[in-house]
Design a protein around this ligand. Structure first.
Ligand code: DX5
Ligand code: ZN
Length: 233
């Protein structure tokens, strides 16, 4: 599959991609919720895979993901919060995901994992927990397509955004620009209409949002419009 072109570094507000995380969706009707997010103008569907070891929570795996494919044409953006991700990459490739993001903290051989992902035809990403420094992945930058910056401690939706982490996004944006890399920067955690503008100003090309999109207060369409609207201002 041909990887789509990441947004240009420091995307203008209007180019920012939105990737709803289904972690906060209604799991009794996951396919419908994916279709609603697709119709509401999402750019990716963000899939939070958790194994109960790398993070305390346990969510879903390749079987569920392959069942969601028929509900959307959008790229499936898999965020693997699992130990030993190298053992699972092929399962997610076979399930039909488009992006596979592994945690730097879970990989002893990051170049090898990234190569495995790309050889499988997917875009390769690395995620950083809030206090994991950019230096942990600096040498990996030429071998990846996406850096996912966690602005919450991974494991659950609905947590408070940690704004101090945005400085990491700013420094990463400067580093990739300096090296002429088209690395896509995703910011993930506590993103809503209040926090989204600062995340974009810090350099995010793509915003992941779970509880701001899937909640009992409003429809997915209303929530997506509110989030998109916060970036138009
Ligand atoms: C947390 C996940 C996030 C989370 C975002 O471990 O990686 O993608 O679902 O949810 P909100 O937007 O509610 O913080
Ligand atoms: Zn995530």
């Amino acid at each position: 599959m041909t990887p789509d072109h990441p947004a240009s570094p420091g995307s203008p507000i209007s180019n920012v991609k939105l990737a709803p995380s289904i972690l906060s969706a209604d799991f009794s009707r996951l396919g419908e919720q994916v279709a609603e997010a697709t119709e509401a103008g999402a750019d990716y569907i963000h899939l939070d895979v958790m194994d109960g070891r790398f993070v305390p929570n346990l969510t879903f795996g390749p079987v569920v993901i392959s069942g969601l494919k028929s509900y959307t044409h959008l790229p499936l953006d898999a965020h693997l919060m699992i130990v030993e991700p190298e053992r699972r990459i092929q399962d997610f490739i076979d399930a039909g995901v488009d992006h596979i993001t592994v945690h730097a903290e879970a990989c002893a051989h990051l170049h090898s994992v990234l190569s495995q992902i790309r050889e499988g035809g997917c875009r390769a990403g690395v995620a950083l927990n809030p206090t994991t420094p950019i230096s942990a992945i600096e040498e990996a930058l030429p071998f990846l397509d996406i850096v996912l910056i966690l602005t919450v401690n991974p494991g659950f939706g609905g947590q408070a955004h940690i704004p101090e982490v945005l400085d990491k996004a700013r420094r990463l944006r400067a580093l990739t620009a300096e090296r002429g890399l088209a690395t896509e920067i995703e910011v993930d955690g506590g993103i809503n209409a209040l926090t989204a503008p600062a995340a974009v100003r810090a350099g995010a090309d793509t915003l992941v949002a779970g509880s701001a999109v899937f909640n009992s207060r409003e429809t997915v369409a209303e929530a997506m419009a509110k989030l998109r609207g916060s970036l138009a201002a």
